[in-house]
Structures are given as C-alpha cells and as structure tokens.
Ligand binder design. Sequence first.
Ligand code: ADP
Length: 313
Amino acid sequence: MSHRIVCIGECMVEMAPQATAGDYRMGFAGDTMNTAWYLRQLMSADDTVNYLTAVGVDATSDAMLRFLADAGIGTDHVARRADQTVGLYLIQLTDGERSFAYWRGQSAARTLAQDEDALDAALNGAQMAYLSGITLAILSAPDRTRLLNRLAAFRAKGGQVVFDPNLRPRLWDTIDDMTHAVMQAAAVSDVVLPSHEDEAEFFGDTDPAATAQRYANAGASEVVVKNGDGPMLTLCDGQTTVAHPKAVPHVVDTTAAGDSFNAGYLAYRLHGGSVSDAMAQAASLAARVIQNRGALMTVSDADELFPDQVTRA
Ligand code: ADP
C-alpha cells in the first residue's frame, strides 16, 4: 500500500551568513517543511508527501514552490495569495553564536486555514496529517479552530493526526494562549512528538514520563518525548519504552534535530517498524543532521535507515 502524508505549516526564506562578512545565501526552511523534506527522502517512491501552506504570486514564492517540487514534495495544495508573500528569517553570527531575526508577520502562510473546502481537499485520501505548534501559532484564532475541526473530521474518517508541539512563546500573545492551543491540538492527535526541555519549562513536567502522560491523558495513543542528548521516552498504548541516543562527538548545528527525528520516527512506523526500532532510526537520523550545518541535508543512503528485518507495507 502506498502512503499519502500531508504536512501543514509555513516554509520561509532563510538567509544564512557566508564566509565573507555581509554575504548571505538564500535557502528555504521551516519546521514542518523540514520534516516533509526528510519524510520525502525516507518514504518509498510511490508514497506521496504533500505540503499544505499559502504563498504569494511573486518570484520568491515561485522559487519556494520550485524548491519544494525539486525536493519531490507535492505542492498541489499550496494556495496563492496575490496581495501577500512568504516569510523570511535571517541568521546572524556573532562570535560564533547564531541569532535569528524574523519577518513573517504578514506572511501568506498565516492564511493557510482560511478555506474549509481547501483543507478537506488537501486531507482527502491522505493517511497522515502532520502539523506543529508553529503551524497553530501563525493562524488567527478562528482559522486555528477551523484547522483543528477539519483534522478532527479527518481523524474520525480514519486519518492519523500527528502533532509536534514545538513551543515558541515569542509567536504567541501569552503563554496561556500557547499552552491552551497546544492541548487543543493534542486532543485531536493520535501521535504527539514533544521535546521534554520545552515542555518542562511551559507545562512544568518533572520528567519525560510526565510529558508523555499529559499528552496521553489528552487522547494521544502514541507520545514520543524527545530529550536532546538525554534518554527519550515513548508511551504507546500504555506501554513505556526508553532509549538513549548515542553520543555525537561533535555537534555542528542542532537546527532541525527534532524535525528530522520526527520524520525518521514516522517513516519507520509507517513502514511497519516497532516503536523501539523507530526511536533508534529517528535518533540516528537526527544525529547525522546535527553534525551537518543547516536544517536540510541529503540522506543519500536512506535505505540504511530501513534494515531488512522491517516489513514494508
Ligand atoms: P528539538 O530540536 O525539537 O528541541 P531535541 O533537542 O530534543 O529536539 O532533539 C531531538 C533528537 O535529536 C533527540 O531526541 C536526539 O535523538 C537527537 N539529539 C539532539 N541533540 C543531541 C545530542 N547532543 N547528541 C545526540 N543526539 C541528539
């Protein structure tokens, strides 16, 4: 059986500093798009990975869509808005430390959930829908409700909803708005993939088990708690599995650690892998990504991530 996955969120222009001061390289990135990028590489050729967002009609928006298409990510459900364009962020390097400036207040992606029929059309026939707390943060409150309602309907028809809370307080008016929306999304999700450090800060979880239990209580049947270089934990249908990521000798750039981990985990599970094997595969992909500069890397030997003993659906 081939799979169809729809990733929902915002892809932005990324301006990354180069060796010569003042020179920047233009690229594209964004949490849900990073996950789509890795899913596309890990899934089989007859599987489909679509991106659901909104962009402008300008040359930069065209370049973004070309980039997605070149990566093999489906763009049929990307809305075009004549009066808007895409968001942008710039990475500043100061004494080797990275900081980020964002221009995304008016980005077209903020309108991605304006149209109920368009959401249903994108989800129709898909097996899995993937979104994050950043997806929720950029939407107006009515659009957020519309998106969660359509995801609930998708789930009621047998679709699987996957959610990474990706807590970013700067994108929300208040911490309460953020935590409330995140738990609303968890309530329509089957799989939740939080990062313990953030969850501890904003929900007061004492350990990864507490994070997992809170999302399980909200209704998720599978919770995978990432934990940097510490022990990660999965709570799946009441069964707890703990795994320790292998040490990485030299961490170059942790951007997209969680996004790539999610893709590795989901791809492996979709191909029938066990929870503990999926954690191992996800951690090994994330370990490779953090030894590489930037969010996106080519996983040329993706087949290694799927050892022979795993049954492909
Ligand atoms: P996020 O990027 O969402 O904050 P984490 O920092 O928890 O997510 O990292 C996601 C995964 O990446 C971890 O579960 C682990 O597998 C891997 N990882 C992150 N940092 C390290 C590290 N320093 N050493 C080894 N693995 C790491």
